[in-house]
Design a protein around this ligand. Structure first.
Ligand code: DC
Length: 224
């Protein structure tokens, strides 16, 4: 397919800024495809963990990983996370844990991993359009996207949202620990050498701290 013809909307920002919810709402509203690139990295981390492949041995195992790394997303329903389907199995709950998040943040700093994931991400471009959620969607992967948004929120608000999300999934996490983990992850994501988290020059920034998801969606729809 000629990728030039597929419209893309990118939604980047730090953890807990509301990207997942907004990307899901937009995908359902427009009936477009969705790419949760964080979940793609998480799935790779999960796969490498269960296959016991150390990141130092990534090159050696790249062919095997490529053959077996078949990921699909289903926007699911509002109020539940976007579904991650790996080799036809729903692994949503398995990859959306703090343990996998920690592993993933380290893995995502590796340039070999990022260049492996890049074409996988571009493959999600399909008509009628794509909503791409991540950290470098607008700056690197889809820098030719039609519309780019950068969502932010205060650290406290993001930690609160993360806690609610984890509670819904059945795990209790201490607020102090969450704040510390988010801060560390932000630092790693923004200071890493390869594709650090930053807003694209041509993106629209929205601070979602005091907005509910419908208000954010309305604001985005005003632009598109
Ligand atoms: O959005 P998330 O929490 O599911 O992302 C998991 C990790 O993957 C996070 O540490 C940032 C990293 N990531 C990335 O480096 N690039 C992306 N495009 C998406 C996520």
């Amino acid at each position: 397919m000629n990728h030039q013809l597929v419209p893309v909307i990118t939604i980047d920002g730090p953890s807990g800024a509301g990207k997942g919810t907004i990307a899901q709402m937009l995908a359902l509203d427009l009936n477009w495809n969705i790419l949760d690139s964080g979940a793609l990295y998480r799935t790779l981390a999960y796969f490498m963990l269960i296959e016991q492949i150390n990141s130092n041995d990534f090159d050696k195992n790249q062919e095997y990983i490529k053959e077996n790394f078949k990921v699909k997303f289903d926007p699911g329903i509002i109020g539940e996370p976007v579904k991650v389907i790996f080799n036809d199995r729903d692994i949503t709950k398995k990859v959306r844990t703090e343990e996998i998040a920690r592993e993933t943040s380290n893995l995502a700093a590796d340039p070999r991993i990022r260049s492996f994931i890049k074409p996988c991400q571009r493959e999600f471009m399909a008509l009628p359009g794509l909503i791409a959620d991540g950290r470098d969607m607008g700056t690197v992967i889809f820098n030719d996207a039609k519309h780019k948004f950068f969502l932010t929120a205060s650290l406290e608000e993001r930690a609160k949202r993360r806690q609610t999300q984890l509670k819904r999934q059945g795990s209790e996490v201490n607020m102090r620990v969450l704040l510390q983990e988010l801060e560390e992850r932000d630092k790693r994501d923004t200071e890493r050498e390869h594709s650090p988290l930053r807003s694209a020059d041509d993106s629209v920034t929205i601070d979602t701290s005091a907005l509910d998801p419908n208000e954010v969606l309305e604001e985005i729809k005003r632009y598109i």
